[in-house]
Design a binder for this molecule. Structure first.
Ligand code: KIV
Length: 272
């Protein structure tokens, strides 16, 4: 099976649509700071998401709700300074777009202007239709996010799989078609049945990127701290850990402590 069909020097929203058309899967990962974004970009990840999961993995909050627009702009501008190839998408945080379309546009403009990001992501379907339209009318590319939308966690009550029932599945499919019609360039589907995700991907022409949404979609996204095994307590079925960096970093740091205590560090070559 081929892995990459075409070299993209710079990934754009157009490249992603082309990748879907050509059957090339899209890789997407989160990053929130300069150093990590540089590694992710150098490894040829197509899309870097400055996710509001920064609220969890960077700031230690239980949910994504507390992170502010200013904090998202700070993370996004750090990421932007590191990248050469990837498309950088930034989450508009909770409370910065739901109340009215003008506020949504103001938030999106601040992200684009102050961080240099390439696109924004919002959670929801028909409920945020006017906000999505307003942002798109200003020429800002929008990525949708349906299924388990963490900004609505208090409405759902749990982080379990969404859209298992027919009514919610139908609404999700309708929302995906609506987002495409409005002009969104891609949609993230989080934690929904694989069959439904596949049906959505086959029903729209824009790329559908899954997290816990099976293998029938056009690309995959993970939170980088989960992929690297920095987070330890988060173990959903969909997560593939590629490293146990928590343990590896812990071992290196313990060794450093031992070396300092034993006066082994610094040695003759490590001083002036
Ligand atoms: O904030 C985030 O990291 C996300 C991904 C889980 C898709 O929205």
């Amino acid at each position: 099976m081929s892995v990459a069909k075409k070299e993209y020097k710079r990934v754009t929203v157009k490249s992603l649509i082309e990748m879907k058309r050509n059957g090339e899967r899209i890789s997407m990962l989160t990053a929130y700071d300069f150093s990590m974004a540089k590694i992710v970009d150098d490894a040829n990840v197509d899309v870097i998401l400055v996710g509001d999961s920064a609220s969890n993995v960077m700031a230690g909050h239980e949910t994504t709700l507390p992170i502010t627009l200013d904090q998202m702009i700070y993370h996004a501008s750090s990421v932007i300074r590191a990248i050469k190839r990837a498309l950088v998408v930034v989450d508009i945080p909770f409370g910065s777009y739901q109340s009215d379309p003008k506020e949504a546009l103001r938030s999106a403009i601040r992200i684009m202007k102050e961080s240099g990001a390439h696109a924004v992501k919002v959670e929801g379907g028909i409920e945020i239709k006017e906000s999505v339209k307003r942002i798109l009318n200003a020429g800002i590319p929008v990525m949708g996010h349906l299924g388990l939308t963490p900004q609505s966690i208090y409405k759902f009550g749990t982080y379990t799989v969404r859209a298992k029932e027919e009514e919610e599945a139908k609404k999700l499919l309708d929302d995906a078609k609506l987002l495409e019609k409005l002009g969104c360039f891609a949609i993230v589907l989080e934690k929904i049945p694989a069959q439904l995700a596949k049906k959505v991907a086959e029903s729209v022409h824009i790329p559908v990127i899954g997290i816990g949404a099976g293998n029938g979609v056009d690309g995959q996204v993970l939170v980088i701290h989960d992929l690297l095994g920095i987070t330890q307590e988060f173990n959903p079925r969909f997560l593939r850990r590629y490293m146990n960096l928590y343990e590896e970093m812990g071992n290196a740091i313990s060794q450093y402590v031992t070396d300092v205590k034993s006066r082994d560090f610094p040695n003759e070559e490590e001083q002036y």
